[in-house]
Design a protein. Structure first.
Length: 66
């Protein structure tokens, strides 16, 4: 996963508890009749979830008081 690899490189200089992952872009359409299909929304949210689990899952398991 190229996106995850690039993201993990950034982690060398930042603390995981200070970072966030946003699904801000690509979930709506500003043009009329340019609707984003439900399947596309679902795939984007699944990707956000996969990245979160890969990056923060173990961190929060080991630091449950954060």
């Amino acid at each position: 996963m190229q996106l995850l690899h690039a993201f993990m490189k950034l982690l060398n200089s930042y603390c995981l508890s200070k970072l966030a992952l946003s699904q801000q872009y690509g979930f709506s359409s500003t043009k009329e009749d340019n609707r984003v299909p439900y399947d596309a929304h679902l795939r984007k949210l699944q990707l956000v979830n996969e990245i979160w689990v890969d990056v923060w899952g173990e961190f929060f398991e080991n630091n449950s008081k954060i």
